[in-house]
Design a protein around this ligand. Structure first.
Ligand SMILES: Cc1cc2nc3c(=O)[nH]c(=O)nc-3n(C[C@H](O)[C@H](O)[C@H](O)COP(=O)(O)OP(=O)(O)OC[C@H]3O[C@@H](n4cnc5c(N)ncnc54)[C@H](O)[C@@H]3O)c2cc1C
Length: 296
């Protein structure tokens, strides 16, 4: 089977192609690389969107952040606001694949590929991001928490293009972190991952978000872990309870990379590390990006 291939230079051109049955390709590091590896056939029709200028960029908007879906992981991790105020996202983009993967792989592609092991999903979920999905007939906003429908699938219709990812301003006193268990640094995906976002007011946790990665069919928050932190001073007992709740909220699979039992055991360890780094950052300590691999 041969694949029909076109290139869009505007969003409208891309939407027209999608309405005609084409599938968008951004960096191609999931879609094309996966086809080459035999994971799935290439779609019958592809529209390349990498030349659509309006889908690029990372910009500060009213204290929040707007990411064009074509923002590459390299651009995301280099952006000052991302590193300073949306740090969990910087942690995540910093460890995607290799230098080459980060130079081509995009935020939009990472989200829409919807892997349960994707790096940026947890941070975007915990940072309350919303995506805009546009088709030839209109645009709708979907919270990242409502985007994933299952492993490899989203609620987006086939004629909808992700056109932006918006993050609201974090509350004062917020620190965040994404940590993954990895067997090596480059060319790796998460065996287990955790995102923590905490807000502190006079030493008390007034906001808490915790999400797990590669531990359930989709990236998901664990409300029991968040409740264990809220209203506490985040001393050891509260952090341990939250990390245990993260493990209890995990339903991993066994595969070539790890057994279900090992993943569940590591969920507690990685969640504790993510919470520890998020707390340290909320307290003003400088924990380098990426947090994964630091020993906080
Ligand atoms: C060697 C290697 C290492 C990797 N390591 C990691 C890793 O450590 N962590 C990780 O999370 N991922 C990893 N990946 C996966 C991949 O690099 C990322 O998911 C990347 O962000 C995908 O972006 P892309 O632009 O290349 O997506 P593409 O392959 O272009 O697209 C992926 C999917 O998203 C859809 N899509 C793309 N853009 C849009 C849009 N704007 N609107 C609607 N749908 C869209 C496509 O149709 C396709 O279904 C790795 C890949 C490789 C090849």
């Amino acid at each position: 089977m041969s694949t029909a291939f076109s290139t869009a230079t505007t969003v409208d051109e891309a939407l027209a192609a999608l309405a005609g049955g084409a599938r968008p390709v951004a960096g191609g590091t999931d879609l094309v690389v996966g086809a080459r590896q035999g994971k799935a056939l290439l779609p019958e029709s592809l529209v390349a969107i990498h030349r659509v200028a309006e889908l690029r960029g990372v910009e500060d908007v009213d204290g929040g952040l707007r990411l064009g879906p074509l923002a590459t992981h390299a651009e995301v991790v280099a952006h000052r606001s991302v590193r300073e105020r949306f740090t969990a996202l910087a942690d995540a983009s910093a460890i995607v694949g290799s230098h080459a993967t980060r130079a081509h792989g995009t935020i939009g592609g990472n989200l829409m590929n919807a892997s349960p092991a994707m790096e940026t999903g947890g941070p975007l979920l915990c940072l309350d991001a919303t995506v805009s999905l546009r088709s030839a007939t209109g645009t709708r906003a979907v919270a990242v928490g409502d985007l994933f429908a299952g492993p490899g699938s989203t609620v987006a219709a086939s004629d909808e293009l992700l056109v932006s990812v918006d993050l609201p301003p974090p509350a004062p006193g917020t620190g965040s972190a994404y940590v993954r268990l990895e067997y090596r640094r480059q060319m790796e995906i998460a065996v287990v991952g955790a995102t923590a976002v905490v807000a502190l007011e006079a030493g008390t946790v007034t906001g808490a978000r915790l999400a797990i990665t590669a531990l359930a069919p989709t990236i998901r928050r664990v409300p029991e872990a968040e409740d264990a932190l809220l209203g506490t001073t985040a001393e050891g007992g509260a952090v341990t309870a939250a990390a245990r709740a993260a493990a209890d909220g995990s339903f991993p699979i066994s595969d070539v990379r790890a057994s279900e039992r090992y993943r569940k055991a590591m969920a507690e360890v990685i969640a504790r590390r993510a919470i520890g780094v998020a707390l340290a950052r909320a307290r003003g300590q400088d924990v380098p990006v990426p947090a994964s691999g630091s020993h906080a």
